[in-house]
Design a protein around this ligand. Structure first.
Ligand code: FES
Length: 83
């Protein structure tokens, strides 16, 4: 996992990306990945109706609540470890 883009547009931010940003920060800190993984807070990704929207290493994810966010982070971190 190299890059996480979190939509900071008002719709996504209000619907869950505010919490997701904390989830991401916490996850990276716990695993000591802060220096390796770039976190970008982008402007509206143009998918508001399907937000909260996240992009992890180029993979776009829709309707990401904080639980799903943690799940995605684990999956990306683990697939890297395995491969
Ligand atoms: S506000 Fe996130 S896609 Fe538009």
């Amino acid at each position: 996992m190299n890059e996480i883009q979190i939509c900071m547009g008002s719709s996504c931010f209000a619907r869950g990306n505010k919490q997701n940003l904390h989830v991401v920060r916490e996850f990276l800190r716990e695993r000591g990945l802060e220096a390796r993984v770039v976190v970008r807070g982008g402007l509206c990704h143009g998918r508001c109706s399907l937000g909260p929207h996240l992009i992890i290493d180029g993979h776009a994810y829709e309707q990401v609540d904080p639980n799903a966010c943690l799940d995605l982070l684990r999956r990306h971190a683990e697939s890297e470890g395995a491969g």
